[in-house]
Design a protein around this ligand. Structure first.
Ligand code: HEC
Length: 140
């Protein structure tokens, strides 16, 4: 009886050790090429979109945010794949970083260079592609 208990305890102890090792492995830096890292990026972009852009652009980027009503020039429908696929990633990056005026658009599209890092802006562009228009830039 005792022997069985000891063997069982040892087995549980070993199993516990293995579980801990797997858990420890999970907290390592994610491989940037892994699917998991990609979805984490999308999530980061989505969080910032809902924090900084939703007010004017709306939850789904349709240009129907609560602030849009008070704007003389309304935000375009970014969820329209035909519209957004006609814009390059570099253009989207520039508009977000340097503001609408930098590309001849409304000053109401304010620059975000002092609020967001280049990396965060890149993640926003990735989110516009994957979560808002579900489109890629044409001809690139
Ligand atoms: C205060 C309102 C406001 C906020 C906040 C805002 N935008 Fe805009 N945005 C606009 C308006 C207005 C336009 C349309 C400008 C025009 O057509 O002249 C625009 C245009 C754009 C465009 C289209 C550029 C093009 O080529 O037509 C993109 C992309 C964009 N915004 C992304 C963002 C992102 C990403 C954020 C958040 C980081 C953001 N905007 C925050 C008002 C806003």
């Amino acid at each position: 009886m005792k022997t069985i208990q000891i063997v069982l305890t040892a087995a549980l102890f070993l199993a516990g050790g293995v579980t801990t090792a797997v858990a420890a492995n999970k907290t390592k830096e994610p491989d940037p090429t892994a699917q998991k890292a990609w979805s984490a990026d999308i999530f980061a972009g989505e969080g910032n979109f809902q924090s900084y852009c939703m007010g004017c652009h709306g939850v789904e980027g349709k240009g129907d945010g609560v602030l849009a009503e008070s704007l003389d020039i309304k935000p375009r429908n970014l969820s329209d794949a035909t519209f957004t696929s006609s814009k390059s990633d570099a253009h989207l990056f520039k508009v977000i970083k340097e503001g609408g005026v930098s590309v001849g658009l409304s000053e109401n599209m304010t620059p975000f260079n002092e609020i967001l890092s280049d990396q965060e802006i890149r993640k926003l562009v990735a989110y516009l592609r994957s979560g808002i228009c579900r489109c890629q830039a044409k001809g690139q």
